[in-house]
Design a protein around this ligand. Structure first.
Ligand code: CAA
Length: 387
């Protein structure tokens, strides 16, 4: 057990912190207010290795480990959660799955463009009628007999959908087989048959664009199939395990920002002739915030460590650690942001300070990449061995 980070880990944390403080934080209020996609910052983050942290250098990434990913995500999320959403989808949901299941040609074509920040990636699993129950998907891909498929159907809540060049897509190829009848693809949004639908107006992470997408007789070439036909559900679940570490890191970043702002305010703001931080009721909140923040970070780092241990092992899984981290960190972020608004009083409710943004942004971490209820289900199934 060693709580020290390596030089490489500290270096990428430093790169992320610098970009977070110099570029992301100063424009966070603007991006939240306008909902404008922060393309310029994302390109810069890509050039600095932040869009493909665990991607080997030969495919355009930084070639670092899962701990480095957590450290960098926390820095970006503390400055602006929306930026970290885009970063997490590119890193964990897009690059990760193709690196693990893709062919050499797929890695060179798709991963390189996203890891270098030249293009944006997305992940399409959810549909209007299927979220938590992912196998209930209706999007169909029908085999044509020559290795290609014709795809028809809708996907919803697609993070980065409005700007993505490539999308990892899951479609039912054999409905009678349920979870074993789903196939993964990497589709090109410039091709015929791909359409974008309405953009979602959202409570938080407003600068991370989200929309519905539709496939109408989209022809997926054999080179667009990711992994083996029928393996799509396992690919989706494995990728989401990694994604959940990214969302846990995002939650830690939001918690840290809300906590640090609260410390400053509690020292400066006076009431009844004393700094409010000297009152026991505020001190109690601060102590609880600190405990939840530290627990979230440590569990997220443990999940990243578990991911690293699982790498290279044929059946290596880190699902439970990832769900424990995501559940703990997301519920902590919601609670910490709530307390931070409360300690700030009227100023917490005002758009002149970022507290209300942290509060709105924290909520999504309890919903996407598996709700808190789904994380509890994954953990309890593992612990009890029951379904
Ligand atoms: N890794 C590898 N394989 C896995 C796995 C994992 N983590 N989880 C399950 N599997 C395998 C199982 O072993 C099983 O394999 P066999 O058929 O060989 O036995 C198969 O997949 C089916 O598993 P289950 O029977 O457990 O499946 P289920 O239907 O009961 O579903 C679930 C399990 C946990 C509820 C799952 O559906 C789930 O996680 N749902 C939530 C979906 C989700 O997170 N959606 C987020 C959308 S993406 C998003 O939010 C992105 C964004 O915008 C940022």
């Amino acid at each position: 057990m060693d709580f020290k980070f390596s030089e490489e880990q500290l270096l990428i944390q430093d790169v992320a912190r610098r970009i977070a403080q110099e570029k992301v934080a100063p424009s966070a209020e603007y991006h939240d207010r306008t909902g404008e996609f922060p393309l310029e910052n994302i390109r810069l983050m890509g050039e600095s290795g932040l869009m493909g942290i665990e991607v080997p250098a030969e495919y355009g990434g930084a070639g670092l480990d899962p701990i480095s990913y957590v450290l960098a995500m926390v820095e970006i999320a503390a400055a602006d959660a929306a930026h970290s959403t885009i970063m997490s989808v590119n890193n964990s949901l897009f690059c990760n799955g193709i690196l693990k299941f893709g062919t050499e040609a797929q890695k060179q074509l798709y991963v390189r463009a996203i890891a270098e920040g030249r293009e944006i990636g997305a992940f399409a699993l959810t549909e209007p009628q299927s979220g938590s129950d992912a196998t209930a998907m209706r999007c169909r891909a029908v085999a044509r007999g020559d290795g290609s498929y014709v795809v028809n159907g809708k996907k919803s809540w697609i993070t980065s959908g409005p700007v993505a060049k490539y999308i990892v897509l899951f479609a039912m190829t054999d409905p009678d087989k349920g979870a074993r009848g789903i196939t993964a693809f990497v589709v090109d949004t410039a091709k015929a048959g791909f359409h974008r639908g309405k953009t979602e107006p959202k409570l938080g992470i407003r600068a991370s664009a989200t929309c519905e997408i539709e496939f109408q007789d989209y022809v997926a070439a054999p080179e667009e199939v990711l992994g083996k036909p029928g393996e799509g559900f396992k690919i989706a679940m494995g990728v989401l395990d990694a994604g959940r570490i990214g969302i846990a890191s995002q939650a830690v970043g939001i918690s840290r920002a809300a906590y640090e702002a609260t410390l400053v305010y509690a020292r400066e703001r006076k009431a009844f002739g004393a700094p409010i931080g000297s009152f026991q009721m505020i001190q109690s909140k601060i102590a609880d915030m600190k405990c939840k923040l530290d627990a979230s970070l440590l569990l997220t780092l443990r999940a990243a460590w578990a991911k690293q241990q699982a790498e290279g092992q044929p059946h290596g899984r880190f699902s439970t650690e990832a769900s424990v981290a995501k559940l703990t960190a997301s519920e902590a972020a919601m609670w910490i942001a709530h307390q931070a608004v409360q300690v700030h009083g009227g100023m917490g409710y005002s758009k002149e300070m970022p507290l209300e943004r942290y509060f709105r942004d924290a909520k999504i971490t309890e919903i996407y990449e598996g709700t808190s209820e789904i994380q509890r289900l994954v953990i309890a199934r593992h612990e009890t061995g029951l379904r």
